[in-house]
Write a protein that binds this ligand. Structure first.
Ligand SMILES: *[C@@H]1O[C@H](CO)[C@@H](O)[C@H](O)[C@H]1NC(C)=O
Length: 174
């Protein structure tokens, strides 16, 4: 009998040792889902995150500032912070959206509850709306130079972009 128990010890040790690992694999994307938000709001590759259960405040850390192209470009800073509530991220900082060459900080992101199939990015001047289906899974995020969003705030200079890409951007944002 005792012999059998000895076999269980390493197995139990393994299970106990593996538990924190399993918990740490609970991701910020799981937290988004718990709040009725699509995981694709935040890209892959998040290295650290924390969520304050009492008030929903969260912070995530990315390995580098990066951009994702949804229908328009969305930029993620190294640090993203905000407050989670059902269907909504408010007090958001670290995400900006591009509109006609200008980057606007996204102040909040929300969905309709129950879902209308749309997601809204509040960039102050307008509510940009996207199809929720674009955010079903967490996107890859292309690394960009941290100064990129700053430099694009300056007027586009000659030679900055070929004329055809100017036209394309206009078409895709109208
Ligand atoms: C990101 O947050 C950390 C604190 O966790 C801070 O030390 C660092 O300066 C922040 N980086 C940027 C680019 O804001």
């Amino acid at each position: 009998m005792g012999h059998h128990h000895h076999h269980l010890v390493p197995i139990l040790c393994f299970i106990i040792a593996a538990l924190p690992l399993a918990w740490s694999q609970d991701s910020i994307h799981d937290h988004l889902r718990l709040y009725g938000l699509p995981p694709g709001i935040l890209p892959k590759g998040i290295t650290e995150f924390s969520v304050e259960p009492s008030d929903g405040r969260f912070r995530v850390k990315l390995p580098h500032p990066c951009n994702v192209k949804f229908e328009s470009q969305v930029h993620y800073d190294l640090n993203v912070t905000g407050t989670l509530s059902p269907g909504k991220i408010s007090e958001l900082s670290g995400i900006s959206a591009q509109e006609l060459f200008l980057w606007f900080p996204v102040k909040d992101i929300h969905v309709d509850l129950p879902s209308s199939g749309l997601i809204y990015f509040d960039v102050g001047v307008v509510n940009k709306q996207f199809s929720l289906s674009l955010f079903e899974s967490s996107p890859d995020c292309a690394a960009v130079d941290p100064d990129d969003t700053q430099s694009s705030l300056r007027p586009v200079e000659d030679g900055g972009l070929p004329p055809e890409s100017l036209v394309q951007v206009h078409i895709s944002t109208l």
